[in-house]
Design a protein around this ligand. Sequence first.
Ligand code: SF4
Ligand code: SF4
Length: 450
Amino acid sequence: MAYTFRGGIHVEEYKLTAKSRTQIINDPPTVRISMNQSIGAPATPTVKVGDTVKIGQVIGEVPETALGCPVHASVSGKVTAINEMRVTDGSMNRTVVIENDGKNEVHESVVPFTKSITDVSPEEITDIIRRAGITGMGGAAFPTYAKIKSAVGKAELLIVNCAECEPFITADHRLLLEEAEKVVGGVKILMRAVGVPRAVIAVEDNKSNVKNKLHRQIGNANFISVKFLKTKYPQGDERQLIYALTGRELAPGKLPADAGCVIFNAATCAAVYTAFAEGMPLVRRIVTVTGNCVASPGNFSAPIGTPASYLVEMAGGLRKTPEKMIAGGPMMGQAQWDPDMPTKKNTSALLLLSKSFSKKQNSPAACIRCGRCVKNCPMRLIPAYIASSVMNDDMKSAEKFGAMSCVECGSCSYNCPGKVEIVQYIRVAKNNIRTENARMKAAREAAEKK
Ligand code: SF4
Ligand code: SF4
Protein backbone atom coordinates (compact mmCIF):
# COMPACT_ATOMS: atom_id res chain seq x y z
CA MET A 1 0.00 0.00 0.00
CA ALA A 2 1.29 3.49 -0.83
CA TYR A 3 0.76 6.04 1.94
CA THR A 4 -0.60 9.48 1.11
CA PHE A 5 -2.27 12.70 2.32
CA ARG A 6 -5.31 14.76 1.41
CA GLY A 7 -5.00 17.39 -1.32
CA GLY A 8 -1.84 17.97 -3.34
CA ILE A 9 -1.29 17.66 -7.05
CA HIS A 10 0.19 15.35 -9.65
CA VAL A 11 2.92 17.21 -11.47
CA GLU A 12 4.87 16.20 -14.55
CA GLU A 13 7.98 14.50 -13.10
CA TYR A 14 10.73 15.37 -15.57
CA LYS A 15 13.16 13.14 -13.67
CA LEU A 16 15.58 13.21 -16.59
CA THR A 17 18.57 12.31 -14.43
CA ALA A 18 17.12 9.38 -12.46
CA LYS A 19 19.49 6.98 -14.20
CA SER A 20 22.54 9.28 -14.18
CA ARG A 21 25.19 7.96 -11.84
CA THR A 22 26.61 10.65 -9.56
CA GLN A 23 29.83 12.13 -10.89
CA ILE A 24 32.39 13.28 -8.34
CA ILE A 25 33.74 16.78 -8.86
CA ASN A 26 36.83 17.91 -6.96
CA ASP A 27 38.25 20.64 -9.09
CA PRO A 28 36.26 23.86 -9.36
CA PRO A 29 39.00 26.53 -9.70
CA THR A 30 37.44 28.51 -6.85
CA VAL A 31 34.69 28.02 -4.31
CA ARG A 32 32.76 30.76 -2.51
CA ILE A 33 31.54 29.48 0.79
CA SER A 34 28.71 31.37 2.45
CA MET A 35 28.92 31.91 6.20
CA ASN A 36 25.08 31.61 6.37
CA GLN A 37 24.68 27.92 5.69
CA SER A 38 21.83 27.33 8.11
CA ILE A 39 18.96 28.96 9.91
CA GLY A 40 20.35 30.89 12.89
CA ALA A 41 23.40 33.03 13.42
CA PRO A 42 25.86 33.37 10.54
CA ALA A 43 29.35 32.04 11.13
CA THR A 44 32.23 34.44 11.66
CA PRO A 45 35.24 33.70 9.46
CA THR A 46 38.16 32.21 11.39
CA VAL A 47 40.55 32.55 8.44
CA LYS A 48 41.96 35.60 6.72
CA VAL A 49 42.93 36.46 3.18
CA GLY A 50 46.20 34.74 2.29
CA ASP A 51 45.69 31.75 4.63
CA THR A 52 46.19 28.26 3.27
CA VAL A 53 43.34 25.87 4.10
CA LYS A 54 42.68 22.16 3.76
CA ILE A 55 39.49 20.18 3.18
CA GLY A 56 37.46 19.86 6.39
CA GLN A 57 39.21 22.74 8.17
CA VAL A 58 36.94 25.09 10.12
CA ILE A 59 36.76 28.45 8.31
CA GLY A 60 33.79 29.93 10.15
CA GLU A 61 32.55 29.57 13.73
CA VAL A 62 29.28 30.27 15.54
CA PRO A 63 29.33 30.73 19.34
CA GLU A 64 28.17 27.53 21.08
CA THR A 65 25.36 29.43 22.77
CA ALA A 66 23.85 30.59 19.45
CA LEU A 67 21.78 28.61 16.97
CA GLY A 68 24.03 27.79 14.01
CA CYS A 69 26.86 25.58 12.81
CA PRO A 70 30.53 25.96 11.96
CA VAL A 71 31.50 26.12 8.29
CA HIS A 72 34.41 24.17 6.77
CA ALA A 73 36.67 24.44 3.74
CA SER A 74 35.40 22.25 0.90
CA VAL A 75 38.62 22.35 -1.13
CA SER A 76 42.29 22.87 -0.26
CA GLY A 77 43.98 26.05 -1.36
CA LYS A 78 44.37 29.72 -0.55
CA VAL A 79 41.81 32.17 0.83
CA THR A 80 41.76 34.95 -1.75
CA ALA A 81 38.89 37.09 -0.50
CA ILE A 82 36.30 37.45 2.23
CA ASN A 83 33.44 39.55 0.99
CA GLU A 84 29.69 39.97 0.70
CA MET A 85 27.74 38.46 -2.14
CA ARG A 86 24.15 37.65 -2.94
CA VAL A 87 23.43 33.93 -2.58
CA THR A 88 20.73 31.44 -3.55
CA ASP A 89 18.00 32.80 -1.27
CA GLY A 90 18.56 36.38 -2.48
CA SER A 91 20.18 37.59 0.74
CA MET A 92 23.64 39.16 1.03
CA ASN A 93 26.03 36.78 2.77
CA ARG A 94 29.60 37.00 3.88
CA THR A 95 31.54 34.48 1.80
CA VAL A 96 35.02 33.05 2.02
CA VAL A 97 36.58 32.62 -1.41
CA ILE A 98 39.11 29.80 -1.74
CA GLU A 99 41.30 29.31 -4.78
CA ASN A 100 41.55 25.55 -5.27
CA ASP A 101 45.16 24.30 -5.39
CA GLY A 102 43.97 20.98 -6.81
CA LYS A 103 45.89 19.02 -4.17
CA ASN A 104 42.74 17.85 -2.31
CA GLU A 105 44.64 17.93 0.98
CA VAL A 106 42.58 16.90 3.96
CA HIS A 107 42.94 18.76 7.26
CA GLU A 108 44.53 16.98 10.24
CA SER A 109 41.34 17.37 12.28
CA VAL A 110 39.50 14.99 9.93
CA VAL A 111 39.80 11.62 11.65
CA PRO A 112 37.28 8.77 11.74
CA PHE A 113 35.36 8.18 14.94
CA THR A 114 36.71 4.91 16.27
CA LYS A 115 34.45 4.15 19.24
CA SER A 116 31.26 2.15 18.91
CA ILE A 117 28.24 4.40 18.72
CA THR A 118 26.74 2.61 21.73
CA ASP A 119 29.77 3.57 23.83
CA VAL A 120 29.14 7.32 23.54
CA SER A 121 26.37 9.39 25.01
CA PRO A 122 23.59 10.91 22.86
CA GLU A 123 24.88 14.35 23.93
CA GLU A 124 28.35 13.57 22.61
CA ILE A 125 26.88 12.35 19.30
CA THR A 126 24.83 15.55 19.02
CA ASP A 127 27.92 17.66 19.66
CA ILE A 128 29.90 15.83 16.96
CA ILE A 129 27.03 16.50 14.52
CA ARG A 130 27.12 20.21 15.42
CA ARG A 131 30.87 20.42 15.00
CA ALA A 132 30.55 18.71 11.59
CA GLY A 133 28.36 21.60 10.47
CA ILE A 134 25.46 19.37 9.50
CA THR A 135 22.23 21.10 8.57
CA GLY A 136 19.01 19.94 6.94
CA MET A 137 19.92 19.30 3.32
CA GLY A 138 16.36 19.01 2.02
CA GLY A 139 15.72 22.74 1.87
CA ALA A 140 15.10 24.37 5.24
CA ALA A 141 18.74 24.17 6.42
CA PHE A 142 17.82 23.88 10.09
CA PRO A 143 20.90 22.88 12.15
CA THR A 144 20.63 19.13 12.69
CA TYR A 145 21.99 19.21 16.26
CA ALA A 146 19.21 21.67 17.22
CA LYS A 147 16.55 19.48 15.63
CA ILE A 148 17.87 16.51 17.63
CA LYS A 149 17.74 18.51 20.87
CA SER A 150 14.19 19.71 20.19
CA ALA A 151 12.99 16.14 19.67
CA VAL A 152 14.65 14.44 22.65
CA GLY A 153 11.99 13.14 25.05
CA LYS A 154 9.17 13.97 22.61
CA ALA A 155 9.73 11.95 19.45
CA GLU A 156 9.23 8.20 19.31
CA LEU A 157 9.48 7.85 15.53
CA LEU A 158 12.30 8.98 13.25
CA ILE A 159 11.24 9.57 9.65
CA VAL A 160 13.76 9.75 6.83
CA ASN A 161 12.35 12.05 4.19
CA CYS A 162 13.17 10.51 0.82
CA ALA A 163 10.06 11.82 -0.92
CA GLU A 164 11.94 14.13 -3.29
CA CYS A 165 8.56 15.18 -4.64
CA GLU A 166 9.70 18.20 -6.65
CA PRO A 167 9.94 17.61 -10.40
CA PHE A 168 13.42 17.24 -11.94
CA ILE A 169 15.42 16.57 -8.74
CA THR A 170 17.05 13.15 -8.38
CA ALA A 171 19.90 13.85 -5.92
CA ASP A 172 18.37 11.83 -3.06
CA HIS A 173 17.22 9.08 -5.41
CA ARG A 174 20.79 8.56 -6.62
CA LEU A 175 22.09 8.73 -3.04
CA LEU A 176 19.72 5.91 -2.03
CA LEU A 177 20.77 3.81 -5.02
CA GLU A 178 24.50 4.43 -4.73
CA GLU A 179 25.14 4.96 -1.01
CA ALA A 180 22.27 3.36 0.88
CA GLU A 181 24.75 2.19 3.53
CA LYS A 182 25.47 5.81 4.47
CA VAL A 183 21.79 6.68 4.77
CA VAL A 184 21.01 3.63 6.92
CA GLY A 185 24.19 4.12 8.96
CA GLY A 186 23.21 7.74 9.61
CA VAL A 187 19.72 6.67 10.66
CA LYS A 188 21.17 4.40 13.37
CA ILE A 189 23.37 7.22 14.71
CA LEU A 190 20.49 9.71 14.70
CA MET A 191 18.19 7.20 16.42
CA ARG A 192 20.70 6.93 19.27
CA ALA A 193 21.11 10.72 19.44
CA VAL A 194 17.34 11.38 19.68
CA GLY A 195 16.56 8.23 21.65
CA VAL A 196 13.81 6.80 19.41
CA PRO A 197 13.03 3.08 19.12
CA ARG A 198 11.75 3.12 15.51
CA ALA A 199 12.60 4.65 12.17
CA VAL A 200 10.81 4.71 8.84
CA ILE A 201 12.55 5.45 5.57
CA ALA A 202 9.80 7.06 3.50
CA VAL A 203 10.21 6.98 -0.27
CA GLU A 204 7.81 8.02 -3.05
CA ASP A 205 6.73 5.02 -5.12
CA ASN A 206 8.33 6.41 -8.29
CA LYS A 207 11.64 5.35 -6.67
CA SER A 208 10.72 1.75 -5.84
CA ASN A 209 14.04 0.54 -7.31
CA VAL A 210 15.72 1.57 -4.03
CA LYS A 211 13.82 -1.08 -2.08
CA ASN A 212 16.35 -3.93 -2.35
CA LYS A 213 19.31 -1.63 -1.74
CA LEU A 214 17.77 -0.33 1.46
CA HIS A 215 16.65 -3.75 2.71
CA ARG A 216 20.12 -5.14 2.11
CA GLN A 217 21.59 -2.42 4.32
CA ILE A 218 18.89 -2.66 6.98
CA GLY A 219 19.42 -6.44 7.26
CA ASN A 220 17.95 -7.69 10.53
CA ALA A 221 17.66 -4.23 12.10
CA ASN A 222 13.88 -4.63 12.21
CA PHE A 223 13.46 -1.33 14.07
CA ILE A 224 14.00 0.36 10.68
CA SER A 225 11.34 -0.07 7.99
CA VAL A 226 10.89 1.21 4.46
CA LYS A 227 7.52 2.62 3.43
CA PHE A 228 6.47 3.77 0.00
CA LEU A 229 4.40 6.90 -0.43
CA LYS A 230 2.10 7.75 -3.30
CA THR A 231 3.90 9.99 -5.78
CA LYS A 232 2.16 13.28 -5.21
CA TYR A 233 3.27 16.85 -4.59
CA PRO A 234 4.03 18.10 -1.85
CA GLN A 235 4.55 14.68 -0.27
CA GLY A 236 7.91 15.83 1.14
CA ASP A 237 6.33 18.56 3.26
CA GLU A 238 6.79 17.52 6.89
CA ARG A 239 3.11 17.82 7.76
CA GLN A 240 2.00 15.70 4.82
CA LEU A 241 4.68 13.13 5.55
CA ILE A 242 3.61 12.75 9.16
CA TYR A 243 -0.05 12.51 8.19
CA ALA A 244 0.63 9.95 5.46
CA LEU A 245 2.68 7.71 7.76
CA THR A 246 0.93 8.09 11.10
CA GLY A 247 -2.47 9.68 10.45
CA ARG A 248 -1.51 12.42 12.92
CA GLU A 249 -2.32 16.00 11.93
CA LEU A 250 0.09 18.74 12.89
CA ALA A 251 -1.65 21.95 13.90
CA PRO A 252 -0.27 25.21 12.42
CA GLY A 253 2.71 26.45 14.40
CA LYS A 254 3.46 23.00 15.86
CA LEU A 255 6.65 21.05 15.24
CA PRO A 256 6.93 17.39 14.13
CA ALA A 257 8.10 16.57 17.67
CA ASP A 258 4.65 17.67 18.92
CA ALA A 259 3.28 14.75 16.87
CA GLY A 260 5.94 12.39 18.27
CA CYS A 261 8.09 12.51 15.14
CA VAL A 262 11.47 13.84 14.06
CA ILE A 263 12.28 14.10 10.36
CA PHE A 264 15.65 14.09 8.64
CA ASN A 265 16.37 14.27 4.95
CA ALA A 266 18.18 11.29 3.34
CA ALA A 267 21.26 13.40 2.50
CA THR A 268 21.41 14.68 6.08
CA CYS A 269 21.49 11.08 7.35
CA ALA A 270 24.34 10.28 4.94
CA ALA A 271 26.24 13.39 6.08
CA VAL A 272 25.93 12.25 9.71
CA TYR A 273 27.33 8.84 8.77
CA THR A 274 30.25 10.43 6.91
CA ALA A 275 31.05 12.67 9.89
CA PHE A 276 31.48 9.55 12.05
CA ALA A 277 32.90 7.01 9.59
CA GLU A 278 35.38 9.37 7.95
CA GLY A 279 35.48 12.29 10.37
CA MET A 280 34.66 14.53 7.40
CA PRO A 281 32.33 17.44 8.11
CA LEU A 282 29.66 18.50 5.63
CA VAL A 283 31.74 19.88 2.76
CA ARG A 284 30.04 18.47 -0.34
CA ARG A 285 26.64 17.38 -1.58
CA ILE A 286 24.91 15.91 -4.63
CA VAL A 287 23.39 18.54 -6.92
CA THR A 288 21.12 17.62 -9.84
CA VAL A 289 21.98 19.85 -12.81
CA THR A 290 19.13 19.62 -15.25
CA GLY A 291 16.47 21.31 -17.39
CA ASN A 292 15.86 21.50 -21.11
CA CYS A 293 18.72 23.99 -21.63
CA VAL A 294 21.42 21.68 -20.22
CA ALA A 295 23.35 19.60 -22.77
CA SER A 296 23.93 16.53 -20.57
CA PRO A 297 21.83 16.72 -17.39
CA GLY A 298 23.32 14.78 -14.51
CA ASN A 299 23.97 14.42 -10.79
CA PHE A 300 27.20 15.81 -9.37
CA SER A 301 28.76 15.44 -5.95
CA ALA A 302 30.46 18.82 -5.67
CA PRO A 303 32.25 20.83 -2.97
CA ILE A 304 29.99 23.34 -1.19
CA GLY A 305 30.52 26.75 -2.80
CA THR A 306 30.99 25.44 -6.35
CA PRO A 307 29.78 28.10 -8.83
CA ALA A 308 26.65 27.21 -10.80
CA SER A 309 28.49 28.04 -14.04
CA TYR A 310 31.08 25.35 -13.26
CA LEU A 311 28.40 22.74 -12.61
CA VAL A 312 26.72 23.63 -15.90
CA GLU A 313 30.07 23.24 -17.65
CA MET A 314 30.44 19.78 -16.08
CA ALA A 315 26.98 18.95 -17.43
CA GLY A 316 28.17 19.63 -20.97
CA GLY A 317 27.27 23.32 -21.04
CA LEU A 318 24.11 24.86 -22.44
CA ARG A 319 22.27 23.61 -25.51
CA LYS A 320 20.07 26.70 -25.58
CA THR A 321 19.77 29.99 -23.77
CA PRO A 322 17.87 29.61 -20.52
CA GLU A 323 15.02 31.90 -19.58
CA LYS A 324 15.41 30.94 -15.95
CA MET A 325 17.98 29.42 -13.62
CA ILE A 326 16.48 28.03 -10.43
CA ALA A 327 18.25 26.76 -7.31
CA GLY A 328 16.11 23.86 -6.07
CA GLY A 329 12.95 22.52 -7.68
CA PRO A 330 10.55 24.38 -9.97
CA MET A 331 7.81 24.48 -7.32
CA MET A 332 9.67 25.86 -4.32
CA GLY A 333 13.11 26.74 -5.67
CA GLN A 334 14.43 30.25 -6.08
CA ALA A 335 15.17 31.98 -9.36
CA GLN A 336 18.80 33.05 -9.70
CA TRP A 337 20.35 35.87 -11.65
CA ASP A 338 24.07 35.25 -11.10
CA PRO A 339 25.48 32.43 -13.30
CA ASP A 340 28.31 32.08 -10.75
CA MET A 341 25.95 31.61 -7.82
CA PRO A 342 27.75 29.28 -5.35
CA THR A 343 26.02 26.15 -4.06
CA LYS A 344 25.11 25.90 -0.39
CA LYS A 345 24.51 22.91 1.88
CA ASN A 346 20.83 22.88 0.91
CA THR A 347 21.26 23.31 -2.87
CA SER A 348 19.77 20.09 -4.18
CA ALA A 349 19.40 21.13 -7.81
CA LEU A 350 20.14 23.66 -10.45
CA LEU A 351 17.49 23.97 -13.18
CA LEU A 352 18.04 25.79 -16.43
CA LEU A 353 14.77 26.16 -18.23
CA SER A 354 13.76 27.73 -21.51
CA LYS A 355 10.79 29.97 -22.16
CA SER A 356 8.56 26.99 -22.90
CA PHE A 357 8.82 26.03 -19.20
CA SER A 358 7.95 29.48 -17.90
CA LYS A 359 4.29 30.22 -17.35
CA LYS A 360 3.53 32.76 -20.02
CA GLN A 361 0.70 35.05 -19.15
CA ASN A 362 -1.05 36.40 -22.21
CA SER A 363 -4.25 37.47 -20.51
CA PRO A 364 -4.84 39.16 -17.15
CA ALA A 365 -5.26 36.80 -14.21
CA ALA A 366 -8.81 36.35 -13.01
CA CYS A 367 -10.34 33.96 -10.52
CA ILE A 368 -13.25 32.01 -12.04
CA ARG A 369 -14.19 30.50 -8.66
CA CYS A 370 -13.63 26.93 -9.77
CA GLY A 371 -12.48 25.83 -6.30
CA ARG A 372 -9.56 23.81 -7.64
CA CYS A 373 -7.06 25.57 -5.38
CA VAL A 374 -9.14 24.60 -2.34
CA LYS A 375 -9.17 20.97 -3.40
CA ASN A 376 -5.41 20.95 -3.99
CA CYS A 377 -4.30 22.75 -0.83
CA PRO A 378 -2.73 20.22 1.56
CA MET A 379 -3.11 22.72 4.42
CA ARG A 380 -6.89 22.87 3.93
CA LEU A 381 -6.88 26.60 3.26
CA ILE A 382 -9.01 28.58 0.84
CA PRO A 383 -6.16 30.02 -1.24
CA ALA A 384 -8.46 32.06 -3.54
CA TYR A 385 -9.82 33.99 -0.53
CA ILE A 386 -6.33 34.78 0.75
CA ALA A 387 -5.23 35.96 -2.71
CA SER A 388 -8.28 38.18 -3.18
CA SER A 389 -7.79 39.66 0.33
CA VAL A 390 -4.24 40.61 -0.63
CA MET A 391 -5.46 42.09 -3.93
CA ASN A 392 -7.78 44.26 -1.83
CA ASP A 393 -4.90 45.14 0.49
CA ASP A 394 -6.83 43.54 3.36
CA MET A 395 -4.12 41.75 5.34
CA LYS A 396 -6.38 41.20 8.34
CA SER A 397 -8.67 39.01 6.23
CA ALA A 398 -5.67 37.28 4.67
CA GLU A 399 -4.49 36.41 8.18
CA LYS A 400 -7.99 35.29 9.18
CA PHE A 401 -8.08 32.95 6.18
CA GLY A 402 -4.85 31.33 7.40
CA ALA A 403 -2.12 32.90 5.26
CA MET A 404 0.45 32.18 7.98
CA SER A 405 -0.30 28.43 7.79
CA CYS A 406 0.56 28.28 4.11
CA VAL A 407 3.66 26.17 3.45
CA GLU A 408 4.21 27.89 0.07
CA CYS A 409 4.10 24.59 -1.82
CA GLY A 410 2.55 26.23 -4.90
CA SER A 411 -0.06 23.47 -5.45
CA CYS A 412 -2.77 26.12 -5.64
CA SER A 413 -1.09 28.20 -8.36
CA TYR A 414 0.02 25.17 -10.38
CA ASN A 415 -3.41 24.24 -11.71
CA CYS A 416 -5.25 27.54 -11.45
CA PRO A 417 -7.22 28.01 -14.71
CA GLY A 418 -7.49 31.74 -13.93
CA LYS A 419 -3.65 31.97 -13.88
CA VAL A 420 -3.78 33.70 -10.50
CA GLU A 421 -0.29 33.75 -8.93
CA ILE A 422 -1.86 32.71 -5.64
CA VAL A 423 1.30 31.73 -3.80
CA GLN A 424 2.96 35.05 -4.69
CA TYR A 425 0.01 36.90 -3.13
CA ILE A 426 0.27 34.69 -0.05
CA ARG A 427 3.98 35.45 0.27
CA VAL A 428 3.14 39.16 0.19
CA ALA A 429 0.51 38.61 2.89
CA LYS A 430 2.93 36.69 5.11
CA ASN A 431 5.57 39.38 4.80
CA ASN A 432 3.09 42.16 5.58
CA ILE A 433 1.60 40.28 8.53
CA ARG A 434 5.05 39.55 9.99
CA THR A 435 6.10 43.18 9.59
CA GLU A 436 2.89 44.44 11.17
CA ASN A 437 3.15 41.99 14.09
CA ALA A 438 6.78 43.06 14.68
CA ARG A 439 5.72 46.74 14.58
CA MET A 440 2.90 46.11 17.08
CA LYS A 441 5.25 44.17 19.38
CA ALA A 442 7.81 46.97 19.31
CA ALA A 443 5.09 49.55 20.03
CA ARG A 444 3.78 47.47 22.96
CA GLU A 445 7.25 47.08 24.43
CA ALA A 446 7.93 50.82 24.05
CA ALA A 447 4.63 51.62 25.79
CA GLU A 448 5.44 49.22 28.65
CA LYS A 449 8.79 50.95 29.21
CA LYS A 450 7.15 54.32 29.68
S1 SF4 B 1 -7.97 27.73 -8.74
FE1 SF4 B 1 -7.73 29.84 -9.49
S2 SF4 B 1 -9.60 30.25 -10.59
FE2 SF4 B 1 -9.99 28.44 -9.33
S3 SF4 B 1 -10.84 29.26 -7.39
FE3 SF4 B 1 -8.66 29.08 -7.11
S4 SF4 B 1 -7.88 31.12 -7.64
FE4 SF4 B 1 -9.91 30.99 -8.50
S1 SF4 C 1 -2.27 27.99 -0.06
FE1 SF4 C 1 -0.17 27.55 0.48
S2 SF4 C 1 -0.21 25.47 1.33
FE2 SF4 C 1 -2.12 25.77 0.19
S3 SF4 C 1 -1.67 25.01 -1.85
FE3 SF4 C 1 -1.27 27.20 -1.91
S4 SF4 C 1 0.92 27.35 -1.48
FE4 SF4 C 1 0.31 25.27 -0.86
